[in-house]
Design a protein around this ligand. Structure first.
Ligand code: ZN
Length: 296
């Protein structure tokens, strides 16, 4: 098994205990399952607080790794891991890290409610669920979604992750789309009616709607990314002169990964004045800067 963690904000990877902690969780859950051809990709976004997992099945082409649509559009732009095998089976997971705190309660679309004491427990449980689908493909299991929910519970608990779960009574279950909370003015009954209308639409009508929904999701994703960038600019600009800022390790710069000293703000929202370790002063792009030292 190969596991990769991606984030445009390396601080987020640090927040969940680093790549080694993620690998520890995966290895613990996958114990006893032959995973030679399994690749797991975890994405952490600074925007949103949603989470998702999917078993994508066999991938024959390196390019498939970086292609995703809808809720997986966040994977674009990350470079291909150099050691990605030529053929593999892929599990993808993502967590929006905006305001993500533990312990927390979550509901899934299959009628279960969970409480997770820690990110590790949540990650372990979600990975176990997707691993069940992989196990089914290699002939070790035969069930569907409910079986995956049950197996992931048992597996996570057996290897020491505390996850408590309960099956919700039918009435309280979420229908097809997993919606955490309804927008203001939309009651659960109204939402149910909307879903019933959806169930009567023809494939052509649904396709129109899908195009509309896809465009809307992209627009919201774009807005959230914009908000994350704006927050970052404000944070950097609000630092006093003399504050230590870090250059992100990934940027093409002599001082990448090192600390620099903030001298002051500029009129532009794109750059700030900094002093590099060699004593020189520069106008650095704010997008190159990070509030804390990044993990590599
Ligand atoms: Zn599933």
């Amino acid at each position: 098994m190969k596991a990769y963690v991606f984030s445009r904000e390396p601080d987020l990877i640090k927040r969940i205990g680093g790549v080694s902690e993620v690998q520890r969780v995966f290895v613990t859950i996958a114990g006893g399952t032959p995973t030679e051809d399994l690749v797991v990709a975890l994405y952490l976004t600074p925007w949103g607080n949603d989470w998702a997992g999917v078993y994508c099945g066999a991938r024959k082409n390196a390019n498939d790794f970086t292609v995703g649509q809808g809720r997986w559009s966040a994977i674009h732009g990350f470079s291909l891991p150099p050691d990605l095998p030529p053929q593999y089976k892929l599990i993808r997971m993502k967590f929006g890290m905006c305001g993500r705190r533990y312990p927390r309660h979550e509901r899934d679309r299959y009628g279960w409610e969970y409480s997770y004491p820690s990110f590790a427990a949540h990650l372990a449980h979600l990975f176990a669920h997707e691993l069940y689908h992989y196990r089914r493909e290699i002939g070790l299991e035969s069930g569907g979604e409910q079986a995956a929910c049950k197996w992931s519970d048992e597996r996570a608990t057996t290897v020491g992750f505390v996850v408590s779960s309960k099956r919700l009574p039918c009435k309280r279950r979420l229908r097809t789309p997993a919606i955490a909370s309804l927008p203001a003015g939309v009651t659960a009954a109204y939402f149910d009616r909307m879903l019933r209308v959806l169930n009567r639409l023809t494939p052509a009508q649904l396709k129109d709607l899908q195009a509309h929904a896809g465009a809307r999701v992209n627009e919201l994703d774009r807005r959230e990314r914009y908000r994350a960038v704006t927050d970052h600019v404000l944070q950097i600009k609000s630092l006093p002169s003399g504050a230590e800022i870090h250059i992100r390790p990934g940027v093409r710069d002599t001082f990448a990964g090192q600390a620099v000293t903030k001298i002051g703000n500029l009129r532009s929202n794109r750059r700030v004045q900094v002093r590099t370790p060699d004593g020189k002063e520069w106008r650095y792009p704010i997008s190159w800067l990070s509030l804390s030292a990044d993990v590599s």
